[in-house]
Design a protein around this ligand. Structure first.
Ligand SMILES: [Zn+2]
Length: 414
């Protein structure tokens, strides 16, 4: 079983100690608590999370570090806002104790880098300081100064909920990445942000047939194949997850084939697993599979995600990057079932060992002229098994209508 990590977040100041106070009166203690509550909400499905204070109350520095030590936290993160006499001072900085160990430095680097990448704030770097909460805690501990309340522009940002969410999401993302890497849980796990260049659509189909999959399931291999290649997601994971979620297309639960829902995606509002109406119905398989792949890509944290034009009903920004590997995505997607990831990994291995002769995959992209709707268009193709495949999304973005006969895209070959 995977260890459940314990994370302690410490919102600075509180009670009669407001911390820094901004030009328009924003109090550091309130901003810190807001960020902490948001982090807790985002993290609590992944780790055991505790906070040193939940309300506007005063705690001594000693109480904060003792709390983290007593609950045996694996990681301690204190949130603060900065202040300086120079009201132009700006940016984000992260503190570690003097001569910090490598894990602490790694955590600080990850948090600082992620925050700067996402907020585009001035990078003041990772610094050393002999702060009590860093010195007296017994686990990797960092203190993040998320912006200057003495700078009017930054104070205004820190008053904005969207900005607070961005800060919180960045911190959550780096904590999760840090814990995965540090724990070595994912050291044997496959990263999903790549094409599986040795796998072909025929291989997926043969594997599906070997497992008595339904006709629809077998045929949908083509859509998975093309769409996964479109955005560089490992097709064996996506297709294996479809197999696991639907019993190779046989369904049997509250969702059936008519939903065109390959992975039990719920509606935006969510709902009970036993309630068919809580599950999304798609117009056709292409749309359902596109939604599935967008949902995976969001977890993987691909560039350009989250998307605004997705069919994924649960495309929540906080999911971004929470599952870059098979282990981490399965843990996030289905935390209640430890066999989920294990079985999907087995299936991926099965697919990889299916033998199909005369498979030639050539990742070279070429421009080809093709005739669509009586018009000659020049489109980018990839060569697979001596066929030139056109990216469906390229066609759609060029406003070319694609014919979906019985939900199957007509794949253009030359
Ligand atoms: Zn402070």
């Amino acid at each position: 079983m995977k260890k459940v990590w314990k994370v302690c977040i410490d919102p600075g100041h509180g009670g009669y100690d407001p911390g820094a106070v901004g030009i328009t009166g924003t109090q550091e203690k309130d901003v810190c608590l807001k960020v902490t509550k948001k982090i807790k909400k985002l993290l609590e499905t992944h780790v055991d999370i505790e906070t040193t204070r939940k309300t506007d109350e005063y705690l001594t520095l000693n109480e904060r570090s003792q709390f983290a030590n007593t609950i045996n936290a694996d990681l301690f993160l204190s949130i603060h806002c900065n202040s300086a006499t120079n009201n132009l001072a700006a940016g984000i900085e992260t503190f570690v104790i003097n001569n910090a160990d490598n894990n602490t430095k790694k955590l600080a680097d990850m948090v600082q880098t992620q925050l700067i990448n996402e907020t585009k704030a001035t990078n003041r770097g990772v610094k050393e300081a002999n702060f009590a909460v860093l010195r007296e805690t017994t686990m990797p501990a960092i203190l993040v100064e998320i912006g200057f309340l003495s700078n009017l522009e930054e104070e205004n940002k820190l008053k904005n909920d969207e900005y607070i969410n961005k800060i919180s999401e960045s911190i959550v993302k780096s904590i999760l990445t840090y814990l995965d890497i540090d724990s070595n849980i994912d050291s044997n796990s496959t990263f999903l942000n790549k094409k599986n260049t040795n796998i072909t659509s025929d291989q997926l189909k043969k594997w599906a047939k070997n497992n008595n999959a339904t006709e629809t399931f077998i045929n949908n291999a083509d859509i998975y194949y093309v769409l996964c290649h479109d955005i560089d997601i490992d097709v064996t994971f996506a297709y294996a997850q479809y197999a696991y979620e639907t019993g190779f297309g046989k369904y049997g639960g509250v969702v059936d084939e008519s939903f065109c829902n390959p992975c039990g995606l719920k509606i935006n509002a969510g709902g009970d697993c036993k309630d068919p109406n809580a599950h999304q119905k798609f117009q056709n398989w292409k749309e359902g599979i596109m939604a599935h792949i967008d949902h995976i890509a969001l977890y993987v944290g691909l560039e350009n995600y989250p998307k605004t034009d997705t069919l994924d009903p649960r495309h929540f920004p906080y999911l971004l990057g929470l599952g870059a590997t098979v282990d981490s995505i399965c843990q996030s997607w289905c935390p209640s079932n430890p066999n989920y990831g294990k079985r999907i990994k087995e299936m991926m291995e099965e697919i990889a060992t299916i033998n199909i002769n005369n498979t030639i995959y050539n990742n070279q992209k070429t421009l080809k002229k093709i005739l669509i709707n009586n018009e000659i268009k020049e489109v980018e193709c990839v060569m697979i098994n001596n066929h030139n495949y056109v990216k469906l999304r390229d066609l759609e973005s060029a406003k070319i209508k694609i014919d979906y006969q019985n939900d199957m895209p007509v794949i253009l070959c030359f």
